[in-house]
Design a protein around this ligand. Structure first.
Ligand code: COA
Length: 178
């Protein structure tokens, strides 16, 4: 199981009364459940990591809410290259991570709203933003194409992310809102 959405270009977008805002403590149970629905593992442990992220000024949590329900999550982290890192380590910068929209709410423009909000947050801090994805994840690659991402490399590693060699692509977009 890939954990990707089925690639279905051209499907009509539906509308939703959705609000995207910075995550708060009360959202983190739902965020953790969304994340582990894809990555597996413990929701409680994931929630603890999100609690720490909330307190970290180099990290950002965005949530999408419909009524009282958290239906989407996306993060930003800052990654800093260290002198001893292997030469193919991904560059220093801010990275969009972990975007996930609840299956029942996909194709409503929510992933796009969460990405726009995270790019706004990053643009206040840097002049570029990165993300990486599996080359087979057509949904996220198409989504981010609309935000001006272009490929940097397919030969990279990222600390803490067990990427199968040759399967992922690293992309970058310039941010102009500074
Ligand atoms: C990828 C994901 C976040 C997209 O969320 P979403 O809210 O459904 O996406 P949006 O409705 O905002 O779609 C925006 C654009 O992305 C592209 N897109 C989104 N889902 C797609 C799909 N299943 N197939 C093809 N293109 C897709 C389309 O270009 C779409 O624009 P359009 O509506 O004009 O066609 C969602 O499918 C998901 O949670 N997938 C599983 C987790 C995942 O793979 N995350 C990425 C990790 S790097």
């Amino acid at each position: 199981m890939s954990g990707f959405a089925e690639y279905e270009p051209g499907v009509a977008r539906q509308t939703a009364d959705v609000r995207v805002r910075p995550g708060e403590l009360r959202d983190l149970d739902a965020c953790a459940e969304l994340i582990v629905s894809r990555t597996h593992g413990s929701a409680a442990e994931r929630r603890e990591r999100l609690v720490a992220d909330l307190a970290n000024p180099d990290k950002y949590i965005a949530v999408a809410v419909v009524g009282d329900e958290v239906v989407g999550y996306g993060g930003v982290i800052r990654h800093e290259l260290k002198p001893d890192d292997p030469p193919t380590t991904a560059p220093t910068g801010y990275y969009l991570i972990g975007l996930i929209v609840s299956p029942a709410w996909r194709r409503h423009g929510i992933g796009e709203l969460l990405t726009r909000d995270r790019m706004r947050w990053t643009a206040e801090r840097a002049d570029a933003v990165y993300y990486f994805a599996n080359q087979a994840n057509g949904a996220i690659l198409d989504l981010n194409k609309n935000f001006g991402f272009t490929e940097v490399t397919r030969d990279f590693i990222f600390p803490g992310a067990p990427l199968e060699p040759g399967t992922c692509v690293l992309l970058r977009a310039a941010l102009t809102d500074r």
